[in-house]
Design a protein around this ligand. Sequence first.
Ligand SMILES: [Fe+2]
Ligand SMILES: [Fe+2]
Length: 271
Amino acid sequence: MTQTLGDMAVEVLGTADGRAKTALSHAHARAWFAARKAGQALPLGTATPPLRPARPDRPELLDPRDVPRRRPGTPEGRIALLHAIAHIELNAVDLHWDMIARFPGHDMPTGFYDDWVKAADEESKHFNLVCGCLERLGSHYGALPAHSGMWRAAEETVNDILGRLAVVPMVLEARGLDVTPGLIEIFERAKDREAVDALKTIYAEEVGHVAYGSKWFNFLCGRQGLDPQPVFLDLVRRYFHGPLRPPFNEEKRAQAGLPPDFYWPLTEPAG
Ligand SMILES: [Fe+2]
Ligand SMILES: [Fe+2]
């Protein structure tokens, strides 16, 4: 029997080990796009994703305030940065598969699933690229503690597809566009070619993920006759805790379909 896309998502979410999770994610993305190329789409099915994805025993998950900070000018600091990025990428794999299976009642066009399967496939590549960099430096994913709060945005928007799109791709992944050029510079200064290449791949592909968020957010607002900008500001204030911090990468945000009035008003706490 053919596996549904929902079954595939739940299988990825239920796999703890990072390498195993991303291998499965790649395989399922291949199956999805092979079916699409053959002129069909796999059925979405009715599988229910877990509230939280399975995770390996390591890294130890700590409150963000308790994760030690290290100077990026040192090799240890660069390992810590790569470790934090690997953790973000692994969460992103789960976030995209969760997006696929979490909101079946919305009658989304097949293109919605194409976009998030592609994004999940790319996040899986990102995780493995960054793990490769860590391993070359004598470390590995799991060697250091990591943030425990990363799944919070998903849990809080578990019943709200517009909220999920607003907070995950359009706030959190857009933040990645703001900070990645600075990260690339750190690894350029350290002459770590492999890390620079990995980060450049991530930077180029993340623009697409933010763009998918903004595309489907606008689609859903349009279908309901809602004005996207005030709805977006409202949802971010509800589900994202704390103001957004400039500087913003206005060029890449624009390329991803995020106009300035979707973030500048959020730099101040709501009155
Ligand atoms: Fe990524
Ligand atoms: Fe992403």
